[in-house]
Every structure is written in C-alpha cells, then in structure tokens.
Write a protein that binds this ligand. Sequence first.
Ligand code: ME8
Length: 744
Amino acid sequence: MKTFYVTTPIFYANTLPHLGHLYVMIVADAIARQKRQQGIETFFLTGTDEHGINIERAAKLAGRTPKEQADYVVSYFKKMTAEFGLDAEHGGFDIFMRTSEPFHYQGVSEFWRRAAAAKTPKGNDAIYKGHYEGWFCAACAEYKTEDEYAKPKVEGEPPTCLIHETLLDRISEESYFFRLSDYAESLLSLYESRADFVRPESRNNEVTSFVRGGLQDLAVSRLRTAVSWGVPVPNDPAHTMYVWFDALINYITAIGFGNEERERMAGFEKFWPALHIVGKDILRFHAVFWPAFLMAAGVDQPRGIVAHGMWVDPSGRKMSKTLGNTVELDVLNRHFPIDAIRYFCLRDMVFGHDGKFSYEALIDRTNSDLASGLGNLSSRTLTMISRYCDGIVPSPVISEDKLLLAKRSGVDTDETTISGFIELARDQFLQQFESLAFSRSLEIAWSIVARIDKMISDAKPWELAKDENQKQTLSAVLYRAAESLRWLCVMLYPIMPTATLEIWSQLGQGDSDSPSPAKSDPAKLKWGELSPGKAIGEVRPLFPRIDKGKTMAEINGEKQEQAAGAGGRSERKTEAGSPHSQHAVNAQHESGQGVHATEADAVPASANASETKPAPPMQHATEADAVPGAIGVTSFIDITDFTKVDLRVGEVLTAERIPKADKLLLLTVDIGEEKPRQILAGIAQYYEPEQLLRRKIAVVANLKPRKLRGYESQGMLLAASVGDEGKPVIATFTEEVPNGAKLK
Ligand code: ME8
C-alpha cells in the first residue's frame, strides 16, 4: 500500500495558538484528507516544540516549571484541534508530537550519536566542540548575524531582533558546533537534483542563494547552566541540545527513529520521508539545516519542504504572539462555521504569499461563496427535488419522444455538455491542488457552482414543473444538478469536511452503499453514479448568511471588553507573562490599533464625507436663530427648514481607516435603527479610529446617500470646524442619552 507522511511545524509551547497555527494545520489537514481519499495510508503529524530558553522564560514568568508550562499550552493546542476538527477523533492528525516525550529524547540522542560519529563530505568531524560568541534571539531561537538585527539606539544596550523587535541575548560560552560549512556543495546538488525539494519555486531560489552565499557552522548546544530545559548531549551532560536540533528531529522520532515501540506504532520505515509544510519564517531551518543534519546522520532526505506565506496585520507585520497582533481563535470559533474558516484560509491566501486577514473579508467570502454560492446551490437543488420529485433523486433520462420538447424549452439534451465541463474542471482542480495552488483550485471548483447555477436558472425548473409533458426535462435538469453536487462533495471534502458530509447526507447518500466522500477518490468520480430512485434527506441550510454589521459590532464589542479586562488584570498583576496575560495583551493591542477593519454592509445606502477637506461641520448652524449675527451668520432659515434635517444621537460601534484614503474613516453608527449605519467621515487626520469607539455623536440621518471610494455613506456626523485649517471637533454628549434620540 502506498503511504504518505505530512507534517506541520511543531509549535513553541510558550504562548497560545492563533490563526497562523490554525492555518498551517488546515493546509496539512486538507492535504492529508485528500491523500486518504485516494486510498493512500497517511500519517499526519503536528505538535509542540517544548524545549529551550523561550519556554523556560515563559514558564518562569508564569510561576510554572517548563513542563507545566508546556502542558498548559498543549491543553490549548488540543482544545484548538478538537474545536476546529483537526484531531484524530475528527479524522485529522495521527500524532500530536511533544518533544518532552521520553521516546523523543531517546531518538534525538541516537541521532546526535550518529551525527557526532560522522564525517562531513570534506572529511571533517560533523560535530565538534568550540566556543560561541554572539547574539541570540530567544523568540526565534536563532543565533543572529549582523544583518539580522537592528543596532541599539543607546550605546551599550543589546541589539534588537528585526522580526520580534525584542532584545537579543549575548552569548559567550563553550558549545558544540555542527560543521554546516562543509555541506554547502551537497546541499546545492540536492536542490539541483530535486527541483521540487523546496516549493514554491521562488522559495527554492531563496534557499539556493542563501547557501551559495556561504554557510557558517552552527552552535548546536548550550551549557546546561544557561539552558537547562533541553535534551542532554550524549556523553556530555553539561550541555543541552540547541532547541532547533532537537525540534527538527521530532519528524523522525515521532514515527519510530531510535525507538522500537514507536516504530511498531507508526513506522519510520513505512512513512519516511515526509512532506514538511512550514511557514516561510522557518524555511531556512527546514531546507538548509535539516537536510544537512540528515546527511550527517545518514538518514534519507524529506519528500519535500513547502513554505507557506504569513497572515499579516493591516500594517503588513507578521501576525505573531510576540508582536501581540494575532487573530484570536475564540473569536473565530464563536462567530464562524469551521468550514467557512477552512475555506477562507485556503481560498483567500494565495499559497506561498502573505495574506492580510480581516473579519470583513472572512464574512464577505462566507456570504458570497458559501451562503450564496455552494450553500444556495445545494439548497435550491434539494428543495426542488423535494418539491417537484417527491424527494426522490429523479432519472437523468429523456426519452426519444421527449427530446424535441426538451430542446424547445432550451435545455441541452446532451448531458455530456455538463458532465464534460465538470470532468475537465475536476481534473484542473486536482492538478492545482496537487501543486498546492489551493486558491486557484477552489476558484475552479466554484466555476462548477456557477455553471450549475446558470443551468438551473436557464432551465427554469419552476416553469418546467407546470407542464406535465416536461416532466422528464425537469428530472434531467435536477438530476444533473444533484450529480454535480455529489461531485463537489467528493472534491471539496478535504477542504470542508463537515459541510460536504452534510450535503452528502442531504443528498440521501449518508447511509447508502456508496463510500463516503472521505473515502472516495475524486480522480475516480464517474458521471452518472448517483442512483436515481433514492430518497434525499432532510434539507437544512448549510451556511446561513452572516449579518456583517451585527457580527462586526459583536466582535468589536468583545475585543473592547477583553481589552478592558486586560487593563484590570495587568493592574492587579496577575499571571504576568503567562499565556493568559499574553492573550489579554493581544486583545488590547488589537483593539488599540484597530487591527481589524470594520464595516456594515447590510444597511441601505446614504451618505456624506469629503476626501479633500475634513468632514464639514453641519452646513446649517444649529443655534443661528438664537444668536443672530454673533458668529457671522449671513442668512436666516425658517424653523421649517431646520425641521427638514433629521438629527439623531448615534453611537460609534466600529471605526476604521480606509486603505489609500488618508482622510476618511469608515464608521458604523447605531442610531437606534434595526441595523447600524455606515458613515464615512473626513476626520482621519485628526482622530484615531479607536478614539471614537462607543462615543455618542450627532448624526444627520436623512442626508442623501453618497458613494466614496466604493463605500456608501449613510449619513453625516456633526463636528465643529476649528481654526483656519478647519480642524474637526466632533459634537458629543456629556449626559446619558439613548441612541436614536432626536435632536431638535
Ligand atoms: O517556529 N501566519 O514555532 P512557532 C501564518 N517551534 N502562519 C503562521 C503565522 C502567521 N502569522 N505565525 C505562525 C516554531 N505561523 C518552531 C518550529 S519545527 C521543527 C519547529 C505558523 O510556534 C507557520 O507555519 O513559532 C510558522 O512556520 C509556524 O506557525 C511557527 O510556529
């Protein structure tokens, strides 16, 4: 039997999981599921990297031992994998690997012994003892060269890591070195002989030029007195292994390298080599260090190393625990179906490139592609089968005597037009998936959704149903739609396991003899294998439409609450430095920086905002009647003129900047209506979005809607215009006032 082994990185057990970790697990999970569909025995590894100075420090801050710290963080990773359907129970990973496992210690020690006994391609000892002098980033767990850190602003202070913006540690100590410098030629010939060893190609070039630039030997141990939380170096317990040396080897100890029991349970011989899915941030460790270590220990090279891009925040910085700008999994889990998140991750991030995350984009994707797309196709098809065919999968056959009638109704009597289209799309989908172009593969799958939607709209089954003579035509159209859905279920199962199994059961396939999508090879799908005559299941909505305004208001409200809670907590100095406080700090940071842009889409249009000037204060002076002439009023209005203006109290629910529009802020404002308004205001140069949150303002509610930069503005806020530059100062209320109260 064919086998396949796929891995994610093993994650540092210092802080809690976030979207980045979830993302790489989703990618690996989708790949593993597709391999299993193909009948390939697959082993999927994920886990935690538990040694080293950064875990030791996080533990100390939290008042835990390193192992307690690791256990604590692992409980969150396990929670994440269970909640997002990625664990073994849900058909996801086969092992949650932990480097604190005794069998790992055993395997790593064996690996070290082999490498230490080996000669490099140039005939030198692969591992030797020396002295290390230099800078080390605990967060990267990496020694830094001069071009990898920022020099200190104040003389005498340590430099800072360019990635984490944290201070580096000065290290000057005895250390074992791995003679990496002797492996450059061997590595280059590895890359040359295996063009797909590092993917995507752009990353291959990056790695090749790094190696061509010359390799330095690598310190692979620390003195136990400096880092005690690590695997002891065999025969020299005064040293612990460098965390990356220990961590990389997990990929083989997990399946039995150096441990017979694990070998029996998983099988190094059976599964190695693996395909490693990693973020581009740790490509060098996987594509340079790891192959060299393997060469030294005489172990085969991995199947390949695939580097994905990073989720970045709106300012383009990598989302990371250290920077505190992550997307919280709890929020995702509370507001979005798991399959929508999986779909979004694979569809929106062009694999290998960085992607900007926003909840709005996730909502838009879910609504357009899932609620209105696949979900709608499924429910309209099944509802029509239920209504027009008594809930029984109809026959695709149009008999000879009815062909002309069918043609007259505009329905293509040649079924192969549709089946040919779908077969071709399936082949392209698989090709793109295989080459890891997930976004493109999903685009292709959605061309099927669009094609079948169009087929239904053109055929108008609701019209055909009125004509008894068109019964066969109607049946054929609905059969084609249902059969296409069956294909989509099989194709899309690796990406959306829950939703596709749900459609499957709604199609009446759940308890049938046909194998589940989890076990059907999409490459072997044959048109027409959906058996007519079977009763479909209960039709239930798959992806309810998400109310953007409401959901965004909820998410932002939660963030604010969390931020407020974080403030309280830090004042009370509880759990400083622990994952909890990190969590809280993240939330504070997010809300503080307005990391997630916001917008309401559900409200009908209306508007006013200026791009060139700060938002004008209300054009009609409200107190003009009372103080005629006092401030240069030149003409008077009648009270009836004034009453034409519908002024309301509003509360700012969300506020965000608009890309490439320096002056505009996009607000959602509750003015006591069913849904909040979207209002554009030209105040971005004077107000930070977060200053406005929860603020009570005065809104012109009946101003004609206007579109700016693609956004509709549905009202105008009032502000004083101060000084020559017309600096806006927003009108507000100092007393309690309900949203929607009229100003008069
Ligand atoms: O580097 N966007 O662990 P780690 C996308 N322990 N993916 C992201 C991400 C983001 N913003 N942030 C993290 C380590 N990831 C080592 C690995 S392997 C032998 C040892 C994902 O906790 C991405 O896959 O920092 C990245 O490479 C990995 O998490 C790093 O996780």
